[in-house]
Ligand binder design. Sequence first.
Ligand code: ZN
Length: 213
Amino acid sequence: MLELAQGVWHLAGTPANAINVYVLDDVLIDAGTALDHGRIARQLSGVTIRAHALTHADFDHYGSSHRLCEELEIPLWCGAADVQAVEAGKMVGKGGLMVPAAKAHRVDRALAEGNEVAGFTVLSTPGHSPGHASYWRESDRVLVCGDVMWGQNPFILSGGIREPFPMLSPDPRLNRESARRLAALEPALVCFGHGPPLRDTERFVAAVSRLPS
Ligand SMILES: [Zn+2]
């Protein structure tokens, strides 16, 4: 794991930055796909983890959550509007259609706007999923933004900062509103769900400003 800021750790992956998993203090944020279990478990060995929180209920963000929560005996937390999907092992697609995503797991805490997680404030940032949560630490302006914006196209592992493909968001317009809200914070460090960590506030703000309304 690489420490990006105080108490903010980025787990290594292959390819690097393709599917991101973070540790904030003692909270695991996201858990990749089912295939990411091994690399996550290895890197968490010897690390104290007390809870697991999600940015959102997609197959590539909670794919290993069930296994890791069982093995580490830790509670699972996610945005309130994503609880139903996680507990059904599903994700919300176009038109609100629920499609299979990962192994179902009971959610122990439904996160809401303003809650505190590992010294970060939960921001409700819906659009890419109904209960998408971002994590914001005002003191050093660190933002974990999940898939509100992508740091790169996760399918070709290149390209610039962009919104997720609109076809992959149940409500792309709402997601853009969430993105504008995050850009207005002018984060000093952005930790994406996909793509390398970004320390260039202007690039993030500019990418969001180019989004269609
Ligand atoms: Zn994703």
